[in-house]
Design a protein around this ligand. Sequence first.
Ligand code: NCD
Length: 317
Amino acid sequence: MKRHLLSAGDLSRDDAELILTTAAELRELADRPIKKLPALRGRTVVNLFFEDSTRTRISFEAAAKRLSADVINFAAKGSSLSKGESLKDTALTLEAMGADAVVVRHGASGAPHRLANSGWVRSSVVNAGDGTHEHPTQALLDAFTMTRHLSGGKPTLEGRRIAIVGDVLHSRVARSNALLLHTLGAEVTLVAPPTLLPVGVDSWPVETSYDLDAVIPKADAVMMLRVQRERMHGGFFPTAREYSRRYGLDGRRMATLQDHTIVMHPGPMVRGMEITADVADSERSVIVEQVTNGVAVRMAVLYLLLGGSEPAVGGEE
Ligand code: NCD
């Protein structure tokens, strides 16, 4: 594996399988009364969040703590960043504090690459979401969740059909998933109105469709995406109602899915927009499980990047 995790596209099939297998071992811990392992004792993980986040930030924090790392949480609001400090000076400060891994979320696509490739820090950089670009650990936790339901836990999605539906244009989750799911052998179809598909999507390893009703009866997993209004400047669809009618997942559409098909969403959901409450809370929904799996997957990523020399699990008692 490389020293940084910046893009899902950086992961070879072997890398992805190793992360998923390690996450499966670590996932067992979540069901034990004592969830902590000593694997990263003495290491420092900094969570550097320039953009709002609930799940991703607390998930990385929980992951680092369960591996006994020291965790420093650094949010842009309330720090010197709001006084105009640059990414470079922030990076130098982190370096001075001896960070071993920096987990970064930033509104600008490419910010984690800048941090990793500038020589400002020696630590491993993990992209926790950069602009509309990528969110590789989300893709890993999504793939992990799919393998548990669709492949009996084996780290492969060979021949599985995955539909990713909604605001693909603004979604770093969609891009990272498209890359990783393809690496794991899945067939991905992006479903969106033409205005919400990115230019150049024809170079992604996916099919595209504008017709949700035609795609979902064949899918093994249906991943709904939030309409990211905060990134929209202008009209991408006529009305919210019209959007929901054509691209929302409701009970009527859910009834056309195969029995084994799971429904996913990275969160945060806008209930009533891209997904109705009855679908989000249904038996098929694995949305809460995605959050639980996220901790195990991020533990695996931190453990593997920081080069834990001993096995992650075992020998701790
Ligand atoms: C996503 C994100 O921030 O990219 N959420 C997440 O990390 N779980 C998707 C979104 O904001 O809609």
